[in-house]
Design a binder for this molecule. Structure first.
Ligand code: NAG
Ligand code: NAG
Ligand code: NAG
Ligand code: NAG
Ligand code: NAG
Length: 346
């Protein structure tokens, strides 16, 4: 047993000695088919290596995994399960008249789609406030290799930011990507999520492996905004109905309070204030205060009540009185002087 072990060790040392003195830039390098491999961790793997036709017998393939078969100048290699993260089989032969070796290495990318992808806000729960910074975190758990990982943040169907990664780790790592947002009113109710994609090149699986996170629905609180474009300068005839409308929206839903021209508050907590029939005393400045937890807006309505023209009324009264007076006079003349009247009115 001891001798066997010794032989194995010796062979191992000799082999590594061979490859370490290896020329990777020689002409007639051994050729791997395929020239590079992309394999999922745990999947079977296979490749062939051909050395040059006229080379010496001394050639081989160095790899700790799988089994090899030689046919002529071709070595076929296969393993039922790829269970190494960093494996680069080396194929070599010895050059004529020298101890130097000519060799090439098969690049293998061993990948593993992430176990899980999670999105969350950094240190924040509950509603956000418009105009402030919030950091979205996308946690991609146990993905390999990190340099092929692309993390994309989404709002609804819109890609917000695409983040490539670098790093030399070939074993699975957990990566947290960050994206800052400044939510506005339009983002209330928006769904944020992120996607982890392994872009492994043309040799890799098509389409590339993608794992997406859960979706988080944001709630954005913002101060009230006035709806439509109400008239703030109102002129109205006495006796007409008055309707003041200061409809607004906001999150949370705003509440309304009204102040009358006298300065006293009105009992209405509605978005509209109505007076069935205005009198001149109702004219003046009405203030509608719309508020929620984010702020208050004050809307002022300047109401001018137009009295019906006094001079016109006096004029009508004067004419009316005059007509009645003249009529009365004629009637009286008729009663007292029939002759005159019978001449005037046959
Ligand atoms: C390796 O060579 C064998 C025999 O020529 C062939 O059957 C096999 O498909 C080849 N494998 C690859 C991975 O090219
Ligand atoms: C190496 O030597 C063998 C015989 O010794 C010869 O047939 C072959 O052409 C030589 N190869 C190269 C690459 O020089
Ligand atoms: C070796 O390769 C030749 C030609 O490519 C083929 O005809 C033969 O069957 C192969 N032998 C084995 C044992 O695979
Ligand atoms: C108040 O104004 C809003 C927005 O312009 C409108 O949708 C609503 O119907 C108005 N309310 C009344 C009672 O007129
Ligand atoms: C309200 O309107 C009247 C005339 O329509 C104007 O004289 C007055 O200055 C206005 N008041 C305010 C506070 O805007």
């Amino acid at each position: 047993m001891d001798i066997m072990l010794y032989v194995i060790l010796l062979v191992g040392i000799l082999c590594s000695a061979h490859v370490s003195g290896c020329d990777r830039n020689c002409a007639d390098k051994p050729v791997f088919t395929p020239s590079r491999l992309v394999v999922k961790y745990g999947d079977p793997v296979a490749a062939n290596c051909s050395v040059c036709e006229n080379c010496l017998d001394l050639f081989g393939l160095e790899t700790p995994l799988g089994e090899q078969n030689q046919n002529g100048t071709t070595i076929s290699w296969k393993a039922p399960k790829m269970i190494e993260w960093d494996l680069a089989p080396s194929c070599y032969y010895t050059k004529n008249n020298s101890d130097d070796q000519c060799c090439s290495t098969l690049p293998i990318t061993v990948y593993q789609p992430p176990d899980n992808v999670l999105i969350r806000f950094d240190g924040h729960t509950g509603p956000m406030f418009e105009g402030r910074y919030y950091a979205l975190l996308c946690e991609v758990q146990k993905v390999a290799p990190i340099k092929n990982l692309i993390v994309t943040f989404y709002k609804g169907q819109t890609a917000l930011d695409k983040q490539p990664n670098d790093g030399t780790d070939k074993k699975p790592v957990t990566k947290i990507s960050i994206f800052d947002i400044i939510p506005s009113e339009e983002d209330d109710g928006a769904q944020y999520w992120c996607e982890a994609k392994l872009e492994l090149g043309p040799e890799g699986p098509q389409p590339p492996p993608v794992v997406i996170s859960q979706k988080i629905t944001s709630s954005v609180h913002y101060k009230p905004r006035l709806q439509g474009s109400p008239h703030f300068q109102i002129t109205i005839k006495a006796g007409s109905p008055l309707l003041l409308n200061c409809s607004a929206w906001g999150n949370p839903s705003p509440s309304y309070s009204w102040t009358l021209p006298s300065g006293s508050p009105h009992s209405s907590s509605s978005n509209v204030l109505t007076i069935d029939s205005v009198a001149s005393a109702d004219g003046g400045l009405y203030t509608c205060s719309v508020s929620n937890s984010r702020g208050t807006i004050n809307v002022e309505f300047n109401v001018t009540v137009e009295e019906i023209n006094i001079i016109l009324i006096i004029g009508i009264v004067v004419v009316f009185v005059a007509v009645v007076a003249v009529g009365g006079l004629f009637y009286w003349r008729y009663q007292t002087n029939g002759k005159i009247c019978s001449r005037l009115l046959p």
